[in-house]
Design a binder for this molecule. Sequence first.
Ligand code: AMP
Length: 460
Amino acid sequence: MSSSDFSTLTLRVELPAAIDSLDYESMTPIQAQSLPVMLAGSDVLAQANTGSGKTAAFAIAMLNKLEEHRYQTQGIVICPTRELADQVADEIRRLARTIANVKVLTLCGGKPFGPQLASLQRAPHIVVGTPGRLLKHLEKESLALTNIETLVLDEADRMLDMGFSEDISKIISFIPDRRQTLLFSATYPDEIEYISKSIQLNPVTIKVDSDFSANQITQIFYKAPKPDRVQILIQVLKFYQPESALVFCNTIEQCEVLVGELIKRDVHALALHGDLEQFNRDQVLVRFSNRSTSVLVATDVAARGLDIKELDAVVNFEITRDPEVHVHRIGRTGRAGSEGLAISLYGAEETSRLNAIEHYLGATVNKKDPSELRSVVKESMLPKMVTLFIGAGRKDKLRAGDVLGALTSSSELTGANIGKINLFDKFSYVAVDRQSADRALEILSDGKIKGRSFRIKRLR
Ligand code: AMP
């Protein structure tokens, strides 16, 4: 039995079965280091990236001491964004599914208030939310935190960057001092130290060597002068042919410009940045995660908390001034044991940034000449899937099975032609493989979903 084996932990009986069902064979480094300490009840200050397995770490610690027969809110996780809150809540629910009746509620901004009030009629065991909305519920007394045992701040650095520190302090003033406080942060600026001192009691500091993810990532830098950079990016995409690539730009404007340039050159790309409306943001995320868009161009802020599995490549269209941000960016590929590729494009004027990264990593990075990218045959850059939009969702009692059933009813299409189905309240998306897309559109447009006719559209 190795020290990273989950069976080395003393857990309540239900949890090992849940962990098994998720196929988590052994603990990730952050789990191996933090879980024994958290289970013993200590406060923890952990430096960990998305992809390190941090969510399962605090979720297990929180669930292990949950008294599910007590209908009081015992755990709270504060997150910077709605996406992260949704992912955290999902992971907690997955780990809680072997414990009867655990209620996990997300309370995030950008969502209607009324349904949240209704859900709070019976106190959830665990709430996961964003600062502004949590505070609003506390001020309206629709949420009570007087019985909190565990407080988690997730991506604390990000929340500070977003200016949430005052809201967080106010939220914490509603929570009893006698509690366990777990603070997770990808980077470790002075303010984190300061906030830790003000809200934690003798925390155990845990730092996971960034080598854990870095050693599964091939990192290559290509010299790419600004005027040639779009062309070099396309060569990179054609050479490595990642099925999903996240391309980072430093500004929203650059994201927009780059997406325009890529589309002009027949590369299917979408932009993800803070200026998008929620509807568009959700749609972009759906299209990227269901593999109907292979290139997502994002800012750091927008990409935070993005949990896309099997991200083949991260490309820095511009390298960042902050080496920690660089390491965080490239840590998104090569997750959960799979190999990743991180490509960075830089110009002569960015040499000092490159030097800063090398200094930070304590190693020289692999630099190659873009001329090496030329030899590859021209492959089609079209993604393998296509997304169809359906103008009906959960509120119309639509289920994924209804969409799948409609598409496969004539047996012209099988489950193998159909990818992810994402349901929202008022609309849904289904991914189908490119060859079947026209037929799938016809089938759905013929009004075969539950015998009803909904608006169907192919997204370009
Ligand atoms: P996180 O760092 O919490 O965003 O987790 C990254 C991904 O790793 C999530 O998709 C988890 O479901 C997954 N994960 C967490 N713990 C383990 C583990 N012990 N073994 C394999 N995958 C894990």
